[in-house]
Design a binder for this molecule. Structure first.
Ligand SMILES: [Zn+2]
Length: 449
């Protein structure tokens, strides 16, 4: 059976991930993501009403026109998890394919939200939920199967899809870290990866998340970030002024830890911002996370401002607002607080806790710098980098190669510079550039069999 891989997006950047795998006449698309930084760099661009081709020209979504060079039918569109760089282009591109979107239950809920916000296109694609550990047959040949393997990442319900073919398995490894003590959900299923590496024809090809491939050592568990956060918040127990925290809205495990420790130090946590309300509300409704009954979640500007006014009237010392703006996004809550645009007023010595790293990209770095400076000018004290990454470092990559023993490897989710660490470590394991180690770019076809 012919096996061909189209590397469509996310091979020259971290963002707008999209890869298609053709097995005989059946094609499965993995991820359809957005490169948010290409949108945010323009002031006031609203993507909801924009045409796909304009977004492709901006470099914001994958240029999927190469799909016409693949001979076969798309049978499924499979986003691996709910981050926007993996699901953010589904509302713009999925309608062009007569295929269902197949994903884990939490991811499907977030895709639904994306489709509901879309104003330009109507997607008629079926949305199909599949849990980690389950399989689904692809096409009519009876020879191709899709399996979901449980992985751990900075969002709940993440999976790595595996396409089983008569030539061996194609494992799509975006995005993950190797967490054996996650705060929510099951540990990464390394046992299943080792089995896949040794059963049948083994692994034909592994497509790998190279975000942190230039970093030595091993990515720490979410439990480490949790204990770090506990230490920081407990140290503030006797402070009688304002404490404000920010993190990724989609990082439910981290939000849960923030809510818990706020309670522990005698403060009422409250989640503020549209995306805070959306992600945490969805996770709670679906039973992924339990929050206290009295936890307030407010998304609309008016209700957020009313909450801030209540906090100012009743006393900042009794509350811990968890807000958006960890990357210093100009329109986010925390940045507005820094500019003095919210009813919540910061005083000298108030604490601002960033439970997030800076996404290493010049726009983010500049905006985050600016936000921290603005907050500092209001008198705030900054606690930064209370965080662990959601992506494997080098030792994790060695472990994955050892578990899967793939015949071919394709580094993804980075640019050329970002791939270099992975090329070094894969070369150490006997892979050779151009033979079985395929460094590629957006818009390429790689014939594996
Ligand atoms: Zn991700």
């Amino acid at each position: 059976m012919e096996i061909e891989i189209a590397t469509i997006g996310g091979y020259e950047e971290v963002g707008r991930q999209m890869t298609a795998v053709r097995a005989g006449n059946d094609i499965v698309i993995f991820d359809m993501g957005l490169n948010l930084s290409k949108v945010l760099i323009h002031d006031n661009i609203r993507t909801e009403g924009m045409h796909s081709l304009d977004l492709i020209d901006m470099g914001a979504i994958p240029d999927d026109r190469i799909m016409s060079d693949l001979e076969g039918d798309v049978k499924a569109i499979v986003p691996t998890h709910g981050h926007l760089d993996h699901i953010g282009a589904i509302s713009k591109l999925a309608h062009r394919y007569d295929a269902p979107v197949v994903a884990s239950p939490f991811t499907i809920e977030l895709v639904k939200g994306e489709l509901a916000d879309e104003q330009k296109f109507d997607s008629g694609n079926d949305l199909v939920k599949m849990d980690a550990g389950e399989t689904m047959s692809i096409g009519d040949s009876g020879k191709v199967e899709l399996e979901f393997v449980n992985v751990t990442h900075s969002i709940i319900d993440a999976i790595n899809p595996v396409l089983h073919t008569p030539e061996g398995a194609v494992v799509y490894g975006l995005d993950k870290r190797m967490d054996h003590t996650p705060v929510i959900g099951d540990p990464i299923d390394m046992k299943r990866f080792r089995e896949i590496g040794r059963e049948g024809e083994g692994v034909l090809c592994y497509i790998e998340d190279c975000t942190n491939a230039n970093k030595k050592g091993r990515t720490q568990s979410e439990n480490v970030a949790r204990e770090h956060l506990r230490d920081v918040l407990y140290s503030m127990e006797d402070y009688d002024g304002g404490i404000v925290a920010t993190t990724f809205s989609s990082h439910i495990a981290r939000v849960k830890s923030l809510v818990e420790f706020a309670k522990d130090i005698g403060r009422q946590p409250v989640l503020l911002g549209r995306s805070m309300e959306q992600y945490s509300g969805t996770a709670e409704r679906m039973g992924f996370a339990e929050f206290p009954d009295d936890l307030g979640m407010f998304g609309h500007r008016n209700s957020v401002d009313r909450t801030f006014e209540r906090i100012m009237n009743e006393g900042k010392e009794d509350y811990l607002p968890v807000v958006t703006g960890h990357q210093g996004e100009p329109r986010a809550m925390l940045t507005r607080m820094g500019r003095g645009e919210t009813p919540y007023e910061l005083d000298d010595g108030d604490k601002v806790v960033f439970s997030a790293g800076i996404i290493p990209e010049p726009t983010n770095e500049g905006q985050r710098y600016q936000a921290e400076k603005l907050l500092g000018m209001q008198g705030a004290r900054i606690y930064s980098d209370i965080h662990v990454s959601g992506h494997l470092r080098q030792e994790g990559h060695y472990e994955m190669l050892d578990a899967l023993q793939p015949k071919h490897v394709i580094p993804a989710h980075q640019n050329m510079k970002g791939f270099s660490g992975y090329v070094d470590l894969a070369s150490n394991q006997g892979y050779k550039l151009g033979r079985d180690l395929h460094v590629t770019c957006n818009g390429n076809l790689i014939q594996i069999v």
